[in-house]
Design a binder for this molecule. Structure first.
Ligand code: ZN
Length: 189
């Protein structure tokens, strides 16, 4: 596994429409493993393949990354003394070739951020619930109705596959304000 470089605005590759995955092979497994490692390292809760420069319809999500060093499966391996803290359980989810359909008129406003738009947060309105269809690493098909925070996150990541960033949902004025702020943050760094 390897941590890959995360592309940031205004990198033109972030506007590319990603292509469907056709081969469920070792390269795909390596890509997904690297995406998880990169996302946990950032840390973030979701990552699309295009954010590491790979234009394929692959998303990884884990809504529980609070403790990036937590590895509950391996806790016993440390041995010797008992742990006083409860490590956060990881819940890695992979969505390959996802297709999302809104299933409600209800909308949710959430203050979103993105690893490709560092340090910027803005309110985005999206459908509250979606029907999702996707494939797993073996190419098996899955579907589910999804609501809550996962629905928001999935829609945000799905946008990346179409070359859309969360700031593209903002008004032109708001977006230019946000990009100016990002420039300022970068100059200060
Ligand atoms: Zn994002």
């Amino acid at each position: 596994m390897a941590i890959r470089e995360i592309l940031e605005v205004p990198d033109a590759r972030l506007k590319v429409v990603s292509a469907p995955v056709e081969k469920f092979d070792a390269d795909l497994r390596t890509l997904v493993a690297d995406m998880f490692e990169t996302m946990y390292d950032a840390p973030g809760i979701g990552l699309a393949a295009i954010q590491v420069g790979v234009a394929q319809r692959v998303l990884v999500i884990d809504l529980q990354p609070e403790d990036p060093d937590a590895a509950p499966e391996e806790c016993h391996a440390h041995g010797g003394h008992s742990h006083s803290h409860q490590p956060t359980k990881r819940e890695p989810m992979v969505f390959i070739n996802p297709v999302l359909t809104p299933v409600t008129e209800d909308e949710t406003v959430y203050n979103e951020g993105c690893l490709s738009v560092p340090e910027i947060y803005a309110d985005v309105t999206r459908p509250s619930a979606i029907h999702a269809r996707w494939q797993d690493l073996d190419g098996n098909a899955h579907e589910a109705d999804i609501d809550g925070f996962l629905a928001i996150c999935l829609q945000h990541e799905m946008d990346h596959l179409e070359g859309i960033l969360f700031i593209d949902h903002l008004s032109r004025l708001k977006r230019s304000m946000v990009l100016k702020k990002l420039e300022k943050i970068r100059r200060a760094a």
